[in-house]
Write a protein that binds this ligand. Structure first.
Ligand SMILES: Cc1ncc(COP(=O)(O)O)c(C=O)c1O
Length: 493
């Protein structure tokens, strides 16, 4: 036994309600241990939560002391709980929660690791917070859906397991979602990929030759630009402002650059957060058509509305020609590593060939999981949406107080805030914040070509409130250092 302070406690009646009714076909201890294990694995019972005492649980569940003791012993043996002096039995994820799951942005100097590099001490207090990433954690219940998909797996095991275009059930679920969003889609128009970035890479190879030109708004999601460049494509930039896509500027840039394709992020643009109206979408596709360029529409953030569901149609509703890329990473979970491409029928054969030069298909089990998730809901889980809305508002409120000379618009969706700084100091601020354990991607990370963006800073809000509470005062202190001001106190908060 060791000593530890639990980060939260769970009452016996609350746990009893979460457990539901016992399974009469199994020994009671096995049912109890397994049900608690599922709650932990699914994230409903968080790592570090003190479980009710055995005596309390005996009363709440009407089970014998031996049954409850045996269930707790089983949880400890399997690494899902540990006993602590004074704190009783504490739920834990075997091996501890794994930090990470964020996007591998080009991180110039932060170290060799991709993904999130935040950390916490034994009591769950952060020791570093990674604000270079913006992705929500998995929805509650995901482990159960994996279990259901496992039960379905035997039907696939007799075959070779290669589905270069995707498992049919998932292609159907994705096509049905487009139809529900106002774009009738045949499952044959869908190719499942290992995420949206893989989709952008395949679309670029389909539409552009090495040496060709693509247009992208600046700022934009940087990994897509890097992917285009790796294919030998020259990426020309057109600015996007805090008001959103400027179709007149796009028209001019398409003409002057001779671009054959354009990377379009009409939905809660990463990082700016803007949502293009239907009218803008219509004018945008008209500009593409007039220039003979194809839109590579990245809809990764389309489901991330936070206030009210927007009344907009996918860009594909305005043009038969665009190639749309989608992702399960933000609407469901980044760990699925799944996305897709929706393309016109005429391009599917060529797209399939291009895709097979990159990889031969995504894993079957994860596709079965996503098909089930999408059949239930193609949208962000309501709990995740509520949490994101609250952390977005929290960061805005805190910034108004701690970073009073920064400016931001409250985005109606997405996962991050795009702050305007009063001076071009984003890279210096990033270095000062890193010294305090707050990792940031400076505005210039999101710039295409020579468009500096040193006046800008992206702050994601998909992190937990506890991490944000820890990071924001340290960020303010770093900002004071950059501005040459003495901080008011030591670390604020
Ligand atoms: C606009 C945009 N496109 C693509 C991606 C990558 O998505 P995926 O995880 O599906 O590859 C991201 C991830 O943040 C994104 O924001």
């Amino acid at each position: 036994m060791s000593t530890v302070t639990p980060s939260r406690r769970l009452g016996s009646h609350r746990l009893a309600a979460m457990l539901g009714s016992p399974d009469a076909s199994r020994p009671a201890y096995a049912w109890l241990a397994d049900s608690i294990r599922q709650l932990i694995a699914n994230g409903r019972l968080l790592h570090g939560t003190a479980l009710p005492s055995e005596r309390q649980l005996v009363t709440a569940l009407g089970l014998s002391r031996t049954t409850v003791s045996r269930a707790y012993a089983e949880l400890r043996d399997r690494g899902y709980a540990s006993a602590h002096v004074g704190a009783g039995t504490i739920a834990q994820v075997p091996g501890g929660p794994v930090a990470g799951g964020g996007e591998p942005l080009p991180l110039g100097g932060f170290g060799p690791h991709g993904g999130s590099r935040g950390g916490s001490d034994d009591e769950g207090t952060p020791t570093a917070v990674d604000l270079t990433c913006a992705a929500p954690s998995a929805p509650v219940g995901l482990a159960e859906v994996y279990q259901e998909a496992l039960d379905e797996l035997p039907a696939y095991i007799g075959g070779m397991g290669y589905f270069p275009l995707g498992v049919p059930a998932l292609r159907e679920a994705i096509a049905a979602d487009y139809a529900a969003r106002g774009v009738p889609t045949d499952p044959e128009q869908i190719v499942v990929t290992a995420g949206a970035l893989a989709g952008v890479a395949a679309a670029a190879r389909l539409l552009l030759r090495p040496g060709g030109v693509a247009l992208a708004e600046s700022p934009t999601y940087p990994n897509s630009v890097t992917s285009l460049r790796h294919h030998g494509v020259r990426v020309a930039a057109v600015p996007i402002t805090a008001e959103g896509t400027d179709v007149e500027a796009v028209t001019g840039a398409l003409r002057s650059s001779g671009a054959r394709a354009m990377l379009c992020l009409p939905d809660f643009h990463n990082p700016v957060g803007t949502l293009a109206s239907n009218e803008t979408r219509e004018r945008w596709v008209a500009a593409l058509r007039a220039a003979g360029a194809t839109g590579i529409v990245d809809e990764t953030c389309a489901k991330l509305w936070l206030d009210e569901e927007p009344d907009v149609l996918p860009l594909a509703a305005f043009s038969r020609d665009v190639v749309t890329v989608g992702s399960a990473s933000k609407s469901h979970w980044g760990g699925l590593r799944l996305g897709w491409i929706r393309a016109p029928h005429a391009l599917i054969g060529a797209l399939a060939r291009v895709r097979m030069n990159l990889d031969l298909g995504a894993p079957v089990l994860d596709q079965l999981v996503l098909a089930r998730l999408m059949q239930r809901s193609s949208s962000l889980a309501p709990h995740t949406r509520r949490q994101l809305r609250s952390t977005r508002d929290f960061v805005i409120e805190q910034a108004a107080d701690l970073l009073a000379d920064w400016r931001v618009r409250r985005p109606a969706g997405g996962l991050s805030l795009w702050f305007e700084l009063p001076e071009p100091a984003s890279t210096r601020l990033t270095a000062a914040a890193a010294r305090r354990g707050v990792l940031l991607a400076p505005g210039s990370t999101f710039a295409v070509a020579d468009h500096g963006l040193e006046h800008w800073m992206r702050i994601p809000f998909a992190q937990s409130q506890q991490e944000l509470e820890w990071a924001l005062p340290r960020l303010a202190e770093a900002w004071d250092e950059v501005r040459g001001r003495a901080p008011l106190t030591g670390v604020r908060g």
